[in-house]
Design a protein around this ligand. Sequence first.
Ligand code: GN1
Ligand code: MG
Length: 351
Amino acid sequence: MLSPVLQEYGLAASAKDISSLQSGLINSTWRVETRGTSYILQKMNDAIFKQPFLIGENIRMISSFLQANYPHYFFVKPVETKRGSQMLQWENAYYRVFPFVYGSITFPVLQNASQAFEAAHAFGTFTKNMELFNAANLHITLPDFHNVALRQLQFNEALKTGNPGRISDCKMMISEIEKYQDITARYQSIAQSDQFLKRVTHHDTKISNVLFDEKDKAICIIDLDTVMPGYFISDVGDMMRTYLCPVSEEEKDTHKIGIRYEYYEAIREGYMSQMHSLLTPFEREHFFYAGKFLIYMQALRFLTDYLLNDRYYGATYPDQNKVRAQNQLVLLAAYAGLEKKLNASPKRYYH
Ligand code: GN1
Ligand code: MG
């Protein structure tokens, strides 16, 4: 079924093996082995990315800026089709191909704090290198993606229009959410402040979006679909959400959820070694807040989706989005409880 797509890339004849890769909740991904070379093929979810071609344009702008200003910065560009396009439309779906980076490994969860440092350093370097590029030139591929105030409104709406059985089943979680209204209020003051800047932001800094070499050093970051103008709390927050806990958002056993302090320090060191001098003092004060902001927003998004019958994330078993929301709320409570301790840990910002 993918053969006409590969044909457009001139790969159909040489493709020997196509295997599906489990990566992310939104797009579908395959590894394509051809004689001599491997590729990553992705089918975009156009129910979510309504204008996939804008992603291609963003990546084109970013890659030419980096090539001109940081020629040694390693960046994986999409492979062009035979007609010279970075994205292919075929039967109402959109596809892209990337070269597979030889020797690279990805991790579903982090195995040590040094990987957290490496990943945070890599995402920090990306934003730092893009500092002189005008972020406002990027297309907004997902409007209001990390606008927690809007996510809050959507959640409030789901409480009125959502599945009544699910709403009553989630009473405890719904009242737990109410305890965190200050997170949304704080976001609103951030959004109004001229001391909080919109920069080129990745918006999906999970560990599987970093390619590592066999010595655990980051090679590069991938998955630039959600690169848009944004606040640093989006990138740092998603690192906190996904690196600090020893288990993933899918974990049902909430006793396994906890915060690994040394990973927090590693994120801070890795990111700040690149970004400290660019952040305003007001932004720096919000380093811990970044984690609360993102974990809370993800809890809201999973619970909203559950109440609306899983129409965004889908579910492989009936209560999956409820499990994910519960997981994120437990993580949020654990994280929020450590504010003093994490803020007090020594800061260095070198390496
Ligand atoms: C989605 O599919 P993936 O893993 O790249 C989502 C992120 C969420 C994440 C939660 C476009 O990302 O915002 O944090 O699921 N991306 C989109 O697993 O909604
Ligand atoms: Mg993604």
